[in-house]
Write a protein that binds this ligand. Structure first.
Ligand code: MV4
Length: 508
């Protein structure tokens, strides 16, 4: 097993990984940007090193600096968390070439599953159901029309390099094809530097059900059951749960088998997720493989009792999985609510600032994975997810009741959060009855929010004002704590006596 691991991430997921390292007696190395000097993951780690300025491109995305740091401090492996470099095949390759273990699948598998068309081809060959269509990248207008007519309208136009709904367009008849192709191509080109597009049959109002998989380097592949992730808004998941009310035991077994086959077909190792769409007739279709530990992994940990990060570390170090498929017993029900620094009353607009006061929930069946504390200044540069609130119950009803209790205990003052939104979801009849699909939030729950999206210039202006504010606050803080501010150079651990606004911050 490793003796020292670098965590190439920030926020709650960095804290989560450091906790597993601590339990396993492995030394942890954190990295941080100037915006995260006093962040919780920095305080939790055994060592912490500054990487660069706040912008991710200058800090958490700096492949060479991060790999170089791992070598310099003697970390044998790097855990990428999710986001940032987690599914970057170049980063995995840079680790492989530097002799540092990347805790995830190998770079070729990451590249394969990152290309949606290649992944589809692989799954078709392995006999796994995929959405009809999508056999070739499309170029000419005639080709697009012919392919759409072959598949049959309505169709979904997608980017081969896609993900997160970028470059995706629904087209209901021939007249919409040209405009959709133009838009999808330009969106995909600027987002992924790859403008290949293809067509699939549209699955109307699908549910999104994903399976957790784990694979070691000894040929063992297991699945740990599903997570229902249909409660989402604009491709951002908001609530996840397991089990899915839409699955019967036999459908679960079939989909689990398909998930394991998908992992085998892509030579998958480590933790991953196989995403499926489920249509109205409960037919399932492979969508994609996410080559990372996901935000919602604790849902699976609560129903299986398996520590996924510990297993990731085991298999990355060459050990076998500590359990077999027969050992996986899913018990009870778990729900996760993503607590984001966003204003649900104002179209989920990002909310930044200082957590003036807070109280965290606890008690039976409650888990909080969070990175905030009193006095924490939520930076604008990163993902708004600040905390994940999970509950477990013997039944789904019990998990919901506990979630309502935990949400009512949770107090965060000074910033807006999605807590009120979650309270409303937990109360809604559709959610309680399990009657929902991926259209729930936009079409059923908050239909009147759809028309209130701020325009791009409006967002830019507000973001600029927030950045200016945050930089002023950063300056004030540095004058107050006497640390000398961002002029500090090199790989330095922040001082153990840092204060903010008179609060002594916790440090190990
Ligand atoms: C689809 C689909 C319907 N039909 N493909 C959205 C993200 C991307 N990874 C795939 N997505 C979808 N692909 C076909 N052929 C509907 C979605 C979709 C969706 C999928 C999962 C979770 C939430 C979603 C919300 C809207 C649309």
């Amino acid at each position: 097993m490793f003796t020292k691991v670098l965590v190439a991430n920030r926020g709650e997921i960095a804290v989560r990984v450091i906790r597993a390292l601590e339990e396993m007696g492995i030394e942890s190395v954190a990295i941080y940007s100037d915006a995260d000097r006093t962040a919780r993951h920095v305080r939790f780690a055994d060592e912490a090193y500054r990487i660069g300025p706040p912008l991710p491109a200058k800090s958490y995305l700096c492949i060479d600096a991060i790999v170089e740091l791992a070598r310099k401090v003697g970390a044998e492996a790097i855990h990428p968390g999710y986001g940032f470099l987690a599914e970057n095949a170049n980063f995995a390759r840079a680790c492989e070439e530097a002799g540092v273990v990347f805790i995830g699948p190998d770079s070729r598998t990451i590249a394969l599953v990152g290309d949606k068309m290649e992944a589809r081809k692989t799954m078709v060959a392995a006999g796994i159901p995929v959405v009809p269509g999508g056999d070739r990248p499309l170029s000419s207008a005639e080709e697009i029309v012919a392919e759409a007519e072959r598949i049959g309208f309505p169709v979904m136009m997608k980017a081969a390099a896609g993900g997160g709904g970028k470059g995706m367009r629904i087209v209901r008849d021939v007249s919409g094809l040209a405009a959709a192709a133009k838009a999808a191509r330009s969106e995909a080109g600027s987002a992924f530097a790859d403008d290949r597009i293809y067509l699939e049959k549209l699955i109307e109002n699908p549910r999104h059900v994903e399976f957790q998989i784990m694979a070691d380097s000894h040929g063992h592949v297991v699945h740990l059951g599903e997570r229902e992730c249909s409660i989402q808004r604009r491709h951002q998941k908001l609530v996840e749960e397991s089990p899915s009310v839409a699955l019967t035991p036999s459908l679960r077994a079939k989909m689990g088998e398909a998930a394991v086959a998908a992992a085998r077909a892509s030579a998958y190792t480590n933790a991953g997720t196989v995403e499926f769409l489920l249509d109205k007739n409960r037919e399932f279709y492979f969508l994609e493989i996410n080559a990372r530990l996901q935000v919602e992994h604790p849902v699976t940990e609560l129903v299986t009792g398996i520590d996924l990060v510990r297993e990731q570390l085991r298999v990355a170090s060459g050990e076998k999985l500590s359990f077999t498929q027969l050992d996986v017993v899913n018990r009870g029900a778990a729900i996760e609510c993503r607590i984001c620094a966003e204003d649900p009353e104002n179209n989920f607009f990002p909310s930044t600032g200082v957590v003036e006061r807070m109280r965290e929930p606890g008690g039976p069946g409650v888990r909080v994975d969070s990175c905030i504390f009193m006095g924490y200044d939520v930076p604008i540069y990163y993902d708004p997810l600040i905390s994940k609130l999970l509950t477990w119950g013997k039944t789904r009803e019990e998990a919901i009741e506990r979630m309502q209790r935990a949400l009512s205990e949770y107090i965060i003052e000074g910033i807006k959060t999605t807590i009120p939104f979650h309270k409303a979801v937990m109360e809604s009849d559709a959610f309680r009855e399990g009657e929902f699909d991926t259209g729930f939030v936009d079409e059923v729950f908050f239909p009147n929010y759809a028309g209130r999206t701020p325009s791009a210039p409006e967002i830019a202006a507000i973001a600029a004002a927030l950045i200016a504010d945050s930089e002023r606050a950063q300056h004030k803080r540095e004058c107050a704590d006497g640390s000398g501010g961002s002029g500090r150079s090199g790989w330095k651990h922040p001082p153990g006596t840092a204060t903010w606004g008179g609060w002594q911050l916790h440090q190990k």
